[in-house]
Each structure stands twice: as C-alpha cells, then as structure tokens.
Design a binder for this molecule. Structure first.
Ligand code: LR7
Ligand code: MN
Length: 578
C-alpha cells in the first residue's frame, strides 16, 4: 500500500493534492459518524414518546412534581364530537340533563387545549415582578358530582398555565358526591397518576359550597388562597396579576375576568378585548353585571388597570389566606349555594377591604344551561332565600326593606341564628350599608336619593294602578292598587325613567296617541324610556312623543294627547321625595 501511495505521490504537486483529499475524507467520515449518532439519539427519544426539542420545552413548562412528566392524554378519545347514532344522541341528552352542559362533547375533547388569548395587548407588556415577591398560592377547588372530563380539564389547564414556583398546592374538596354515573370511581387513581400532588379531601355528607370552601381553606398553607369552580380553564398568565395586586394591597379580593365557555358547544365564547363591567347586585339579591360608574372609570387610566367592583360573582377569586380568616371566612350558617358572594362583597367593602376585577387575569368558566348538577336537600328556593335573609339581616340595616318590597312573602321565613355574624361585624368595626351605597355601590336605585318618587302609581280617574304583572316585556296593564304588590313597585328615577324590578322600563316606541306602553329592558340611553312627572297637574309626559300616560277602556296603559283636565291622565305616586 505504502509503495502504491509512494508511486501515486511521486510528484511534489501530487503529494499536496493527496494530503488535501485525505483531510477531506477524514472530515467527511467524522460528519457521517456524528449524523448517525444524533439520529440514533433522536429515534430513541421519539420511541419514548417525543422529540428532543419537544422534551426540552416540556421540561420548561413542567419543572416539578406538580407538573408530572407523564402528560394527561392530549388527543380526543374519539372523533365523534357530534352525536349521530341513536345511542350517541341518548348519551348527549342524558349528559345535558344531568350536568347542564354538553358533557358528550366534553368527554371527547382533549384534556388540554390552548385557549385564544383574550387579554388586551398591553397586558403582555406589563412588567412581571420576580416571583419571590409575589408569594405562593394554594388553589382550592370544591365540587359535587362534577363531570370527570371537565374536572380533569380544569386541573390540566391549571398545571399548564401556573408557574410552579407560585403554586404551593392544589386542594380538591369533594362535597360528598354520590356519583350516580360512577365516573368518579377512579378519581383517586387518576389523580395519583397524572396529578400526584393534588390533595383530595372528602366530606362524608353534603355540606354546601361555603363549608366546602372552608374545609379547603383550612388545609391551605400558601400566602394566598385562590378559589376556583370545578369547571374552568385558565388562560396563560392568569395567576401573576392576582398575586401581584394582593402583594401590593393585602386587604383586597381580586377576581379574574370570567370568560364564557358555552354549555352547548363547550367552546370559549368570551368577549375579546377590554371588558368594562363590574359585578353588582339587584335589590332582590341576585348577582348581576353593571357598567362602570363615572367614579370607577376615573380610577382607571389604562385597560390593564384594576376595575373596582361593587360585588363579585363568587366562584373565582384570590385573597390573602390570613385576611380570608380575619375578615370572617364564610357564614357557616349558609347552605348549599347562593348569596354567599353578595354577603362577602358587602363585608369586604364595609369592613375596610377592597374588591376588584383584574383585566389581565382571565379564567373561563362553563355557564350551565340551567342550574346545578346537584340537589338542594332542603329545596332550592328555600335554601337560597335563607342565605339571602342571613345576608340582609346582618349587613343591610333598613335597606333590607328594598328586598322585602320585591319579595314580601319572604319577610317572615326563618333564617337561623345570626348573632355570631353580627358580633363579627361589631368586632371588625364595619361601616354602614349607607356608607357602602354612598361610596361604592353609588348607582343602586335608592328612594329619596336618586329616586324622587315610588309606586304604586295610581290613576285618579279609575283608581287603578300600573302593574307589570311580573313580566319584563309586552303591554302594560292596570290593576287594583295593592300596597304590598311587587308588580306595582315602580321607581321614578332622577334620570326620568320608570323602572320596575331594577331593570325593566316603561317604553313607548310608537309616538301616536292611543299607543300601548310596553315593558322593555332599561337601556339607559333615554330615548323612548324618558318620562316627566308634573306634581302639580299630575301628568306624566312621555318626553320624546310629547304625549301623556293615560289608560284606555281595556285597562291598558297608553299615551294620549296631554290634557291636564282629564282625570285619566292624572297620576299619584305612593310616596314622593321632591
Ligand atoms: O353543595 C354544593 N357543594 C359544592 O361543592 C353546591 C355546589 N358546590 C360546588 C360546585 O360543584 C361548583 O364547583 O360549588 C361550585 C359552585 O357551584 P356552581 O358552579 O353550581 O355555581 P355557579 O357557577 O352557577 O354560581 C356562581 O354563584 C354561586 C353563588 O352561590 C357561587 O358563588 C359560584 O361559585 C359562582 N360561580 C362563579 O362565580 C363563576 C362565574 C359565574 C358568573 C357570573
Ligand atoms: Mn360554576
């Protein structure tokens, strides 16, 4: 060989060439070996389920035991997301009846799905403080008979979107599910497999959502407790703004914006962009959303700023653990569901705290078709009424009469012993409900404040009264006057609206004399809903048409040419505050 080489490389030039070729050969060999080696590595790791690069990024988002390396199944069990066969249709129907949402579809959706980011773009450029300044959270989720796939999706979305160094623990409280479908039977083993660090506590009998949350809270060890419903999906970056705000203002309850997952499609249908709404309540003690008052608007300069909120929806919020207990936790005399959110809202504001919605934190929630996938052992309206009566008797003082105006038949129902809650109010030196109405819930309709006259509204000609008949649409009728009739309790506001049951307005959309007056959702835009009461003549003029309220022979409320001499156009309010 050497001889041959020597022969080939006889010339000086040839030798140099040969050297070059040899170097190239060696280099090529090395390259080939390294390519083969990396491919073997790649193939081996793909056999383990994922590629190297994927593995690296998963390690980034799943760094500790709360993010078990074995991921829950990500792909649908089945492609049949729409029920087709009779059997599938029955499964769809049973699911909807039992749970109030499309459980059929939920069972076929992956546990994890990325959600579109609805945050304002400015949220993304907010500086994120070092995690060590934020404190750690304990997430408490209570449930009773929750659909298994929905519960798993809630947990998966939390573990995917929550930085592990901000999470102390997830505590699940099973409020004595009797599990009629049997699908929760494997809950413990599934948790052990996919969510080994989730703590599961069980009540042996139903104790209701307030006491279930207290059970979870008393196990929590983090700086902050975050309460969530069991049918939610968190969006990227949801927790950091909540913790940041509490770190800055420790006696604050903060809520994420609640995006809507439709019960029908199970898709996210929340409104993108900035949501300029706050939580509030009606005088019949239902939670509702309300636009921001001028003062609340003035408190904000950027779409990322916190929204001051009169009340909270109740299911999703964060609070410093110590503060939660100091401020009175929940009223243990309340049962199952309802009013605890209003009670806590009053208490927080009146006893020195604050309640806010943070637009950069968003959590989606399944809004059911109808209420509850669980029973109310004492009956649903009895239970909710009891919770409401406890709330108003502890916190509202004389303003509880506004509730009884709307629900007179609930006045004498039993609501148990509230002395402990009254003592709490005393101990915390809480302010009055009057203070709350004047400083926080400033747009609630209050007779004598922004309501100069209240019904029943009596016609001098016929002595009949304007009556909504309990409806929120359709023509308005006249009935015999009754003092305690909620359907005749109309408020004449300082904005010149005639309002029944907080948000139904008298409305006239055709301006000809003889036109029927209808009930219509109050839009606050004036227009067809403005009336002017003249105390002296007794006329109530529909401003835009220039005609006056009257009644026809069919006992319907109509508009007519104004005639101050006609008794049918003269009206008397039950009480005025002019
Ligand atoms: O006896 C019970 N035991 C429970 O553990 C009854 C209920 N629960 C659980 C239940 O499984 C669920 O996880 O409590 C949680 C809340 O019950 P839901 O989902 O039936 O309530 P909701 O979403 O219909 O109602 C809202 O108002 C309630 C008032 O009592 C609670 O405050 C809910 O937490 C609250 N939910 C939200 O705020 C989410 C957004 C809704 C809006 C607007
Ligand atoms: Mn809910």
């Amino acid at each position: 060989v050497l001889g041959g080489l020597h022969y080939l490389c006889r010339g000086r030039k040839k030798r140099i060439w040969m050297l070059l070729v040899l170097t190239m050969l060696i280099f090529l060999c090395a390259l080939l070996i390294s390519i083969i080696y990396t491919s073997i590595l790649l193939i081996r790791s793909t056999f383990k389920g994922m590629s190297l690069s994927e593995k690296e990024s998963l390690r980034d988002i799943l760094p500790d035991p709360l993010r078990p390396f074995i991921l829950p199944p990500d792909s649908p069990h089945s492609s049949n997301i729409e029920p087709i066969t009779d059997e599938e249709k029955t499964e769809y129907k049973t699911g909807l009846d039992r749970y109030g949402f499309n459980k059929y579809k939920s069972d076929r959706l992956p546990w994890y799905r990325p959600l579109s980011d609805f945050r304002d773009s400015q949220c993304l450029s907010q500086p994120i403080p070092p995690h060590s300044e934020l404190g750690v959270a304990s997430i408490v989720i209570i449930f009773v008979n929750e659909a298994f796939s929905v519960l798993m999706r809630s947990l998966t979305s939390i573990t995917r979107t929550t930085p592990s160094d901000l999470l102390r623990e997830i505590i699940l409280v099973d409020d004595a599910s009797d599990d009629p479908t049997g699908e929760l039977a494997n809950l413990t083993s599934t948790l052990n497999k996919y969510f080994p660090s989730v703590k599961l506590l069980r009540h042996s009998s139903r104790r209701g959502l307030m006491r279930a949350r207290l059970t979870g809270a008393s196990e929590a060890t983090g700086d902050v407790i975050v309460f969530l419903d069991s049918h939610i999906e968190c969006m990227e970056g949801w927790l950091e703004p909540l913790l940041k705000r509490i770190a800055d203002y420790p006696s604050t309850i903060v809520c994420p914006v609640i995006d809507i997952i439709s019960w029908e499609t199970m898709e996210l249908v929340g409104t993108p962009g900035t949501l300029e709404l706050q939580g509030s309540f009606s005088w019949s003690m239902d939670f509702r959303w309300r636009g921001l008052s001028q003062e609340s608007k003035a408190l904000r300069t950027s779409p990322t700023d916190a929204i001051r909120s009169e009340a909270m929806a109740g299911g999703l919020f964060a609070i410093r653990r110590k503060y939660f207990f100091d401020i009175g936790g929940y009223d243990e005399g309340m049962e199952i569901w309802g009013a605890e959110n209003i009670e806590m809202s009053f208490r927080i504001w009146m006893c020195g705290g604050k309640l806010e919605i943070l637009p950069c934190s968003r959590v989606a929630h399944i809004f059911r078709e109808r209420h509850s996938s669980y029973s109310f052992p004492q009956g649903s309206s009895e239970t909710i009424t009891k919770n409401v009566l406890r709330t108003i008797n502890v916190w509202m003082g004389e303003y509880k009469e506004e509730y009884f105006k709307r629900r007179p038949y609930n006045r004498n129902l039993p609501y148990g012993d509230i002395s402990e809650r009254l003592a709490l109010k005393e101990r915390l030196e809480c302010k009055s409900f009057d203070w709350y109405l004047n400083n926080i819930a400033t747009e609630m309709l209050v007779p004598g404040k922004n309501v100069p006259a209240i019904g029943p509204i009596k016609n001098r000609g016929t002595s009949l009264c304007i009556d909504s008949e309990g409806r929120t649409s359709g023509d308005v009728k006249m009935h015999n006057c009754k003092l305690d009739a909620p359907n005749q309790y109309f408020l004449y506001t300082d904005k010149n609206e005639l309002i029944w049951d907080d948000d139904t307005c008298l409305d006239v959309s055709d301006y000809k004399p003889g036109t029927h007056v209808t009930l219509y959702n109050c839009h606050g835009q004036g227009g067809n809903q403005l009336f002017e009461f003249n105390q002296i003549s007794g006329l109530i003029k529909h401003q835009i048409s220039g005609n006056c309220l009257s009644q026809n022979s069919d006992q319907a409320l109509i508009i007519e040419y104004c005639d101050s001499l006609s008794p049918n156009e003269q009206w008397e309010f039950e009480k005025t505050y002019f």
